[in-house]
Design a protein around this ligand. Structure first.
Ligand SMILES: [Zn+2]
Ligand SMILES: [Zn+2]
Length: 425
């Protein structure tokens, strides 16, 4: 049972409700470009996960089989008082490991390279919660190994891990202010807003997943203050809407310094040093300007309304494609969803470039639409989707491509006009 997949309709409905609230109150907490970028990163993370999740499952399974201190049969985790106590122990243990995983994710360079994705949004709303990394699979599993050494069953830890992630969804909102005693014990919207801040006072604070008590215990807690309103985002902004680059940006910074460092100690060590550390020789030749938060402006390229509408409509198609893939993976495994995933990833990339308002985005989107026909033919030949006639699918594919090309042609004039306008400035 995949709890996160089951929670997706709830995530979508909650975002729709918050968006409605935002529009009704005129607060402007949602910008379509930022929200679509965040949701694209969530879709990219979950679909790349189909191909990468095996790594952690294999290692955790091996640890459990060979190094578990206690044998805890799954039957122990029932609804009796003892069973409930065991569930709570597993959930608290997972939350404790999450605290250290998250803290190291901010304080060690190569782990920050993976986790930074979650912090690049310059807005803060429920869509930010789904903004997840696609490269976390490389190291994040390490932090949960102690729980397998204790001997908690894999099924139990997968459930408490999913529940931990689902809990964190609701705290990504600005519509809930303070919650009194709850702010003291649990991670709440107020203390998680602090975590997403780039203000000096709030940097590297409030790492908890469900319990904020860990931060109070280990000295990383900071309270939200009305006289220092949170400025959301990271200090080296992403400044584009490319979901692939969002995943690679910090690795690129590290690689830049590693290539130019003279000493081998620095070339290798830079990846595991505290975040922000740079080799002396590289920093001297390639200094980075200090960040001035008072000059911070959100990345917000001007995009014609017709393009915004086109991107929104296409993004709804992408959501349905991702939902279809999540059903198909159960039937056909990673091999069966590879081509649909490639189509989805191309769509998310193309929608990002369109939302940046660049003229070449038209060519990218046009090419994507034309490639869909042979890609769909290949995918359907390889793994015919169950319960659908191929004729019906072909009508859908051709209809979608034709309508999209017509709509894209309608946006062309607006993008060209906008480019001319920008060039005259
Ligand atoms: Zn974080
Ligand atoms: Zn967050």
């Amino acid at each position: 049972m995949d709890l996160i997949a089951l929670a997706v309709p709830f995530f979508i409905a909650s975002i729709a409700v918050e968006l409605g609230f935002d529009r009704a109150r005129g607060r402007g907490l949602y910008r379509s470009s930022d929200a679509i970028n965040s949701l694209s990163l969530g879709m990219l993370s979950s679909t790349t996960g189909y191909f990468t999740a095996l790594l952690k499952l294999l290692i955790w399974g091996l640890v459990l089989e060979n190094f578990a201190a206690f044998n805890m049969p799954i039957a122990w985790f029932d609804s009796s008082p003892g069973g409930i106590a065991l569930w709570i122990a597993a959930a608290v243990g997972w939350d404790f490991c999450y605290y250290w995983r998250h803290r190291c994710g901010h304080e060690i360079s190569v782990l920050w390279a993976a986790h930074a994705v979650h912090h690049q949004s310059e807005d803060y709303n429920l869509s930010t919660a789904l903004r997840q990394s696609s490269t976390g699979f490389l190291f994040e599993w390490i932090f949960y190994v102690p729980l397998f050494v204790v001997g908690f069953p894999l099924e139990v830890l997968l459930v408490v891990g999913a529940a931990n992630l689902i809990y964190q969804f609701w705290v990504h909102t600005q519509f809930v202010h303070r919650l009194g005693a709850l702010d003291y014990i649990f991670v709440t919207p107020s203390n998680h807003r602090v975590h997403h801040a780039q203000n000096e006072r709030y940097i590297d604070k409030n790492y908890g997943g469900i319990l904020i008590l860990w931060d109070r215990l280990f000295g990383t807690f900071e309270d939200e203050r009305d006289d220092d309103p949170v400025v959301f985002g990271v200090r080296k902004p992403l400044a584009n809407l490319n979901p692939f680059w969002a995943n690679l940006q910090v690795y690129d910074y590290l690689l830049f310094d590693a290539i130019r460092a003279r000493r081998w100690r620095d070339k290798l060590g830079i990846w595991f040093r505290p975040t922000g550390w740079r080799p002396d020789d590289v920093a001297a030749v390639h200094p980075k300007p200090a960040t001035d938060i008072t000059k911070f402006r959100k990345y917000d390229p001007a995009v014609p309304p017709s393009v915004k509408r086109y991107v929104l409509a296409q993004f709804i198609v992408a959501i349905f494609l991702a939902l279809g893939i999540s059903v198909l993976i159960v039937e056909s495994g990673p091999r069966g969803v590879l081509v649909p995933c490639l189509m989805l990833w191309a769509q998310l990339y193309s929608l990002g470039t369109l939302n940046e308002g660049r003229q070449e985005s038209l060519r990218v989107e046009c090419l994507r639409l034309l490639v869909i026909v042979p890609a769909a033919a290949f995918a359907m030949q390889l793994y015919p989707p169950p319960g659908v006639t191929l004729d019906g699918l072909w009508v859908a594919v051709f209809g979608y491509v034709t309508l999209s090309l017509l709509a894209l042609n309608g946006c062309r004039g607006d993008i060209v006009k906008k480019e001319l306008f920008v060039n005259k400035q």
